[in-house]
Design a protein around this ligand. Structure first.
Ligand SMILES: NC(=O)c1ccc[n+]([C@@H]2O[C@H](COP(=O)([O-])OP(=O)(O)OC[C@H]3O[C@@H](n4cnc5c(N)ncnc54)[C@H](O)[C@@H]3O)[C@@H](O)[C@H]2O)c1
Length: 455
């Protein structure tokens, strides 16, 4: 692992986020915005102890678990020593993965839905990665921390405010990190835009746009040759029969929070949300997938607007059912320019003034000099390995590499339990806002005042 590893403070440094200093109100009020009485020492900026190697347990060896295991096994000084899943087919796949790699088989936990508790007790683990359905995330993460392990949980970290508070308090009490493994923060475009934002290219950042727009109708109805639902079809569709809001807020939001310096001098403060009518899943069930008598409650397109205490706004959307191409928007606006993704394009006031063209800088050739100048230090160092090994265009490998690097070098993680809680909070708060006809919801200060960047 490189000796040039960078600290979280340097990595996310918010010093270039000029201006926008007025604080527009403190968090208080409804929806669990008031923190529990117990005030514990912050986990903000707390470094990992240095590790010689990183011994990992994995709970949930489904699609995501398998893919992240493949990344982790390509990171130097990683040993996967335990794997848990309730599906014997996933356990068989896991065994084959280790045989193929010529690695010793990890201890396997497959007895029942609570066998993960035994994995968490295994005493030769440093870090537990959780890739199970959303309903399991919080209790598994709590169990891992309570057994003295750092934990990385898939997105979202929790689905209610009390769950998110419990993650925060447990991380503070156990002094174990709880990271939500938001891989999209490590995408090559996202990291380039982070470098641009940190170096002041956009000026004072005023607004961002984020989304998870991904047509998952086939995924939510996928069956194996025997006609049994598989993978996300066994759990994701059910959420669309119970709730109405943004059910997957973090893929677009995490990177935009990094650009804005959220928890490095700013904080998410409030949210309003509305959903469109529900139509796509119902129409699909009637025609393509034949009715099963399910009633879908989740509007096809959910749109939220978030505001930070410094007055920045974020448009946040969720749509996993409409026929259209994938996007996370990944858009950021400042006083000197803007970046928008899908496809990637840049606008700089200074360039527009010179060329007298009010047009995006777009296309591979035009963007090349900016890519070369603003390529993020991590992509410079391990980008080739990431492209060769990693899922999702390499971002998954970069994330795994970076978490391990922080543990080996004794650095604070790039994201912590406060990011996990704040980025997940739009899940319950959008549902509450939609129920209230678009009512304003306060986003709790999970950091207990440590968001100013001084911690
Ligand atoms: N970050 C990303 O890019 C990304 C991509 C895909 C999925 N995900 C997230 O990863 C998680 C898993 O998604 P997936 O697509 O792999 O779903 P999946 O259904 O393929 O895998 C989930 C696995 O968890 C297992 N499981 C369920 N309950 C369990 C229990 N009590 N104990 C042990 N194992 C249990 C299932 O048997 C299954 O193998 C979800 O939270 C999803 O949102 C993230």
């Amino acid at each position: 692992m490189s000796q040039t590893a960078i600290s979280r403070r340097f990595f996310l440094q918010a010093s270039a986020l000029a201006g926008a200093t007025a604080t527009l109100g403190a968090a208080s009020g409804p929806q669990g915005a008031t923190p529990p009485k117990e005030a514990l020492e912050t986990m903000m900026g707390v470094p990992f102890p240095k590790h010689d190697k990183v011994r990992i347990g994995v709970i949930g060896a489904g699609r995501r678990g398998q893919s992240v295991m493949s990344d982790l096994l390509n990171v130097p000084k990683v040993e996967i020593r335990a794997v848990c899943d309730i599906d014997p087919r996933q356990i068989e796949l896991t065994k084959k993965r280790f045989v193929r790699k010529g690695l010793p088989e990890p201890r396997l936990y497959a007895k029942d839905a609570r066998d993960y508790e035994n994995l968490c007790k295994q005493d030769d683990l440093d870090f537990i990665f959780i890739a199970t359905p959303w309903e399991w995330h919080t209790e598994m993460a709590l169990c891992a921390m309570n057994q003295g392990k750092h934990v990385g949980v898939e997105v979202p970290a929790g689905v209610t405010l009390p769950q998110l508070w419990e993650l925060v308090r447990t991380s503070e009490r156990t002094r174990k990190h709880c990271m939500m493994m938001e891989n999209c923060c490590y995408g090559d475009n996202e990291m380039m835009v982070l470098a641009m934002a940190r170096q002041g290219l956009f000026g004072t950042i005023t607004h961002g746009e984020a989304a998870y727009i991904h047509d998952l109708r086939m995924v939510m109805n996928e069956k194996d040759p025997e006609g049994r639902y598989v993978s996300e079809a066994t759990w994701r569709r059910a959420w669309h029969t119970r709730e109405n809001g943004n059910l997957y807020p973090t893929h677009g939001l995490g990177p935009v929070c990094w650009y804005m310096g959220v928890h490095q001098g700013d904080r998410l403060d409030s949210l309003v949300s509305m959903s469109s009518l529900e139509a796509s899943l119902s129409e699909d069930q009637a025609v393509r997938f034949k009715g099963r008598g399910e009633t879908f409650t989740c509007g096809d397109i959910n749109t939220s607007i978030l505001r930070t205490v410094k007055g920045r706004t974020i448009l946040l959307q969720h749509d996993t059912v409409s026929p259209r191409p994938y996007t996370r928007h990944n858009m950021i606006q400042g006083t000197k320019g803007a970046f928008a993704d899908y496809p990637e394009r840049l606008y700089l006031d200074e360039v527009a003034k010179k060329t007298k063209k009010h047009a995006w800088i777009e296309g591979e050739e035009a963007l090349k000099p900016y890519r070369e100048q603003y390529v993020h230090e991590l992509w410079k160092r391990v980008g080739d390995l990431a492209r060769k090994n990693g899922g999702h265009g390499g971002m998954d490998y970069i994330m795994c590499y970076r978490v391990v690097e922080c543990m080996l070098e004794g650095l604070a993680p790039d994201f912590n339990v406060y990011d996990a809680a704040a980025w997940s909070a739009p899940f319950p708060l959008s549902i509450a806002s939609v129920k209230g006809g678009g009512s304003l919801q306060k986003i709790p200060d999970f950091t207990n005042g440590h968001w100013s960047g001084k911690a």
